[in-house]
Design a protein around this ligand. Structure first.
Ligand code: ATP
Ligand code: MG
Length: 587
């Protein structure tokens, strides 16, 4: 079934959509000019924390609500831009007082609580490097990342420290300061500081460090979906991309209430869960709690969220609730919804139009790109299943790797190749930590090669096929898991699907699918056969899975991505590899 194009939403109330004139903006765009939207520091300096917070206070917007934090227990806390400025100044002064130098790394191991946001922005203002860890990481992943990243400061809670850091503390000789959020008991680690008290004792006046655009600002580890996570280095100049892509791809306007559901433990939660909403002067919502459909609809309604950025894994969970789960909620303020992290199945886009009265807008990027590169922007017609078009300032191409190490561009519409970008956008990563060789391998003939396979249609829309590691070669055909998974998702019983290739003496590889059923559907051999038949009808015998296994759940990263490599390793009895980002064991 081909999905019909969803024409851009008719104009309702609210601001006019960004990029209404895509071609003209793209033609006239330059990153140097985009930077003029920001203030900058004297002598060409640039600092993400300053642009996110101080700039607005200096411009007289200090009383505007910057961050509304919603605690798990129903308690909420508000921070104006002026409040954030003072709190982050105190944090920056605290670092300076401890002798932490510019360029040194400050790690956080915290749930989504206000201290995390203050630490992030205060660290940047101090000229130090911010590196967030998922609070659910165990001791090993924490040790690896902090050792690799040379963590000098760790901001965490006493409970998290005791459980996760204490067991590896003696393997972190570079860690000089532990700052504890919340109560610090008599059993607190020796030498640790009570962050609340230390902040109260620090001055609220601070001159933002005179960072240069090329100074390292952020250290983000990739999700570990395809292997061992890599540490991607980002610089202060990235803020230019965060800022304008927030406008282009998320349609941010300064009077928006914006909710990004991603945890700062991965790049979306920082680029678009902290930086872009603040540089754009919006009010951002932070929810401490984990996914819960009723809670989420309640937040969208009560906080009058106008722009919402979430991920396919959450959308698929909402889809399990049926065609109209938002009934009874007033979501009239919700203007724009976007998704990132994994391919968004066309079925999900079509479902969202029924459930919310507007479509989810898929966009594509990576930890390495630091910001959104390809998007379904507000003003464009959506072809369900497409990632959209490259944003202004982004040149994307489909490339073929040649045996001699060079690449050539594939111009023919619909032909699959590797998705590549022309370096030059400000949030481009500047290296993998301690892995220069791997970094260099990402480039050929002046292109950055993303490792994802895609094609481009005649209208310039990009279509995700699969990660190059996950693509299946069967009987001379290249099969992208996304297409097969999306076809399975069209069946009324299927909530989630993951597809892998299994070695086969005849075909090279054959397709095997794993599916999770919607609530209320029972696994049975009859249903399995029905799904096989559905896929065969929909995809044809070459592409359709040869085998389908019904599972209770699929292994996912903590950022919600399906780990196909783990399904494959388990299926074939191979080593499971790095599991540091595995959310829970779903064997
Ligand atoms: P690792 O590199 O450690 O294996 P990862 O690639 O999942 O992990 P991220 O940088 O968090 O780490 O994710 C970027 C990848 O996620 C992209 O390269 C792509 O494969 C996938 N992705 C993100 N957004 C989309 C999207 N809209 N459509 C399809 N795939 C997407
Ligand atoms: Mg990757």
């Amino acid at each position: 079934m081909a999905f019909a194009t969803i024409n851009k939403a008719p104009k309702t109330q609210g601001p006019s959509p960004r990029l209404a004139n895509y071609e003209a903006v793209r033609r006239d765009f330059s990153w140097a000019q985009a930077r003029q939207q920001l203030t900058g520091l004297p002598d060409g300096g640039l600092n993400i924390g300053f642009e996110a917070v101080d700039r607005h206070v200096i411009a007289g917007q200090g009383q505007k609500l910057a961050l509304r934090w919603l605690g798990k227990d129903g308690h909420a806390e508000d921070f104006t831009y002026a409040d954030l400025r003072l709190a982050t100044n105190r944090f920056a002064n605290l670092l300076a007082g401890l002798g932490v130098l510019r360029g040194e790394r400050v790690f956080t191991l915290l749930g989504r609580q206000p201290a995390l946001y203050i630490a992030a922005l205060g660290t940047l203002k101090a000229g130090c490097v911010f590196s967030p860890l998922f609070s659910a990481f165990g001791p090993e992943p924490i040790e690896t990342r902090m050792t690799k990243g040379d963590g000098r400061v760790l901001v965490t809670t006493e409970a998290l420290y005791r459980k996760k850091v204490a067991p590896v503390r003696d393997r972190l000789p570079g860690l000089a300061h532990v700052l504890l959020v919340g109560e610090r008991t008599a059993q607190a680690p020796a030498g640790s500081l009570d962050l609340g008290k230390a902040l109260a004792g620090s001055s609220a006046d601070f001159d933002v460090a005179p960072t240069r655009p090329e100074d390292m600002a952020l250290l983000h580890f990739t999700s570990g979906t395809t292997g061992k996570p890599k540490g991607a280095i980002h610089v202060h100049e990235a803020v230019v991309a965060h800022h304008v892509t927030g406008q282009f791809a998320l349609d941010l306007h300064s009077d928006d209430v914006f909710w990004c559901t991603a945890d700062p433990g991965w790049v979306t939660g920082t680029s678009y869960g902290i930086i872009a909403p603040l540089t754009n002067g919006t009010t951002m919502i932070v929810d401490e709690a984990e996914f819960d459909a009723a809670r989420w609809f309640g937040i969208l309604q009560d906080q009058k969220v106008s722009v919402w950025y979430t991920a396919p894994t959450a959308i698929r969970m909402l889809m399990k609730l049926g065609p109209n789960p938002t009934q009874g909620y007033d979501l009239s303020r919700l203007r724009f919804m976007a998704s990132v992290g994994e391919p968004l199945n066309p079925e999900a886009v079509v479902w969202s139009v029924g459930a919310f009265g507007r479509p989810f807008h898929d966009n594509w990027w990576q930890t390495e790109t630091g910001g959104i590169m390809i998007a379904n922007y507000a003003a464009m017609d959506i072809k369900p299943g497409s990632m959209g078009r490259p944003l202004p300032g982004v040149e994307a191409a489909i490339l073929r790797r040649l045996p001699d190490g060079h690449v050539e561009q594939i111009e023919t519409a619909g032909t699959v190749g590797e998705l590549a970008l022309k370096p030059g956008w400000p949030s481009m990563f500047r290296g993998y930590l301690d892995d220069e060789a791997r970094y260099r391998k990402c480039f050929a003939d002046g292109w950055y090669l993303s490792g994802d396979l895609a094609n481009r249609d005649a209208d310039g829309y990009f279509w995700f096929v699969g990660r190059s590691d996950d693509v299946i070669k069967s009987a001379g055909h290249l099969i992208g898991p996304f297409e097969v998974e999306s076809a399975l998702m069209e069946h009324a019983a299927v909530a989630e699907a993951a597809v892998i290739g299994i070695p086969d003496p005849m075909a090279g590889e054959i397709v095997k699918a794993f599916v999770v059923l919607k609530a209320g559907r029972q696994a049975s051999d009859a249903l399995r056969k029905e799904l096989l038949g559905h896929a065969r009808l929909r995809l044809g015998p070459v592409v359709a899975p040869r085998d389908i296994e019904i599972k209770e759940s699929l292994p996912k990263t903590r950022s919600g991505k399906i780990m196909r490599r783990l399904l494959k390793a388990r299926e074939l009895g191979l080593p499971e590899g790095d599991l540091s980002t595995l959310e829970s064991d779903t064997k």
